[in-house]
Design a binder for this molecule. Structure first.
Ligand code: PMP
Length: 378
């Protein structure tokens, strides 16, 4: 009898599926979504469009209207092509697959967005993660040395980085672009919250691909990512893009919503304001270390991430527990910036969870010192 064991690759059978926890009824601060809905007027406009969309037909395979709208809304320079993906996840997969020659290496600083490593694994390509500093800064010397050693076909740099939230210095990124033997993908998924971009450097660097998504901007449910690079790269990637990867509804609604790009930009500005409030409140919570962020989330270190995460969950607040995912992320949680109300709920739940843990430790005596008293400690 044929069984999966006989058919499915061993490395695939040995990995765990990407787990997305249920969030029914929770304050959902785990996935970097925009917490604001669309204004009523816009909802009515896209409802009418959806009603008339020809869903009995395949979508435009080239998504020309959507691409034209993206080009104007996102100021994509002329002379560079756009590749669309079912989320930027799919673009990562296409880029990795296209470069998966025998012996190829994919490289990124770590910790970073896990899909770079996952996509490399799926394509059977070696992934080299170059550790960041303890404060998540990028050491350019270390990265350049790793590039010299491993000669990566593709380097991924999340700008700002997920899960740390920081932007690597522009000079360091430019040094990587100058020294890279292959393609450098600058992943600007959080561009709306950072206001910095490498789009203007496409002209200067022939090995640069700038990738973005509309997910964090407020359209995560559409599943739409885009990448911009010279036509020579895009001609090759297009060959691996499945013919109708962007559906009729995503094309039509995406085009319309991006025509009202200002609404989404205003929401991003509100999120940036809330991020500053949340960061300053977090800095005042005893025992918590928040890291500076240019994205729509904040990484924080707590005394016991697993227990704090569970304590938050019991109080109906869902964040991401990163403890155990990388040595540098010990006792780290990542919280998405929500509405003012959600952020207050999060802070209250965090304080309650921390207090509960302190109380438990006293009851259980875990705080008591079992060592003999120090000579100078009377
Ligand atoms: N890049 C980075 C750095 C991300 O954090 C994410 C989402 N978590 C993505 C890409 C993928 O986004 P999407 O597939 O929704 O476009």
């Amino acid at each position: 009898m044929t069984t999966p064991e006989k058919v499915i690759r061993e490395d695939v059978r040995s990995i765990a599926a990407y787990h997305v926890p249920g969030a029914e009824g929770m304050v959902k601060l785990d996935a970097m979504e925009n917490p604001y809905g669309l204004p009523d007027e816009l909802r009515r406009e896209i409802a009418a469009l959806a009603a008339c969309a020809p869903i009995n037909r395949y979508p435009d395979p080239g998504a020309l209207a959507l691409k034209a709208r993206l080009r104007s809304a996102m100021q994509i320079p002329e002379g560079f092509d756009i590749l669309l993906g079912n989320g930027s996840d799919e673009i990562i997969q296409i880029v990795v697959l296209a470069s998966a020659r025998a012996g190829a290496v994919i490289m990124a600083p770590e910790p970073t967005f896990v899909v770079y490593r996952m996509a490399a694994g799926a394509a059977n390509v070696r992934f080299v993660g170059v550790p960041l500093e303890a404060d998540f800064a990028l050491d350019p010397e270390r990265f350049l040395a790793a590039m010299t050693e491993h000669k990566p076909s593709v380097v991924f740099l999340a700008y700002p980085n997920n899960p740390s939230g920081n932007l690597f210095p522009e000079e360091a990124v430019v040094r990587i672009l100058a020294a890279a033997p292959g393609l450098v993908v600058i992943d600007e998924a959080y561009h709306a919250f950072a206001g910095r971009t490498f789009m203007g450097l496409l002209e200067r660097w022939p090995n640069l691909l700038v990738m973005r998504t509309v997910s964090k901007l407020g359209l995560a449910g559409l599943r739409l990512g885009y990448a911009v690079a010279r036509p020579g790269w895009m001609r090759e990637f297009e060959k691996l893009r499945l013919p109708y990867n962007i559906g009729v509804l995503t094309q039509r609604l995406g085009e319309r919503l991006l025509a009202h790009h200002g609404v989404l930009e205003a929401q991003a500005a509100a999120i940036r304001t809330e991020r500053a409030h949340l960061a300053s409140r977090l800095a005042r919570v005893a025992g918590v270390t928040p890291f500076p962020s240019d994205a729509n989330f904040i990484l924080l270190r707590v005394p016991d991430a697993r227990r704090v995460f569970e304590g938050l969950k019991r109080r109906n607040v869902l964040v991401k527990n990163l403890h155990g995912s990388h040595a540098l992320l010990e006792n780290c949680l990542r919280v998405t910036v929500g509405t003012a109300q959600e952020n207050l709920q999060f802070i209250a739940a965090l304080e309650a969870a921390l207090a509960e843990n302190r109380a438990n430790r006293v009851v259980l005596g875990a705080d008591r010192c079992h060592l003999p008293p120090c000579a100078n400690h009377k």
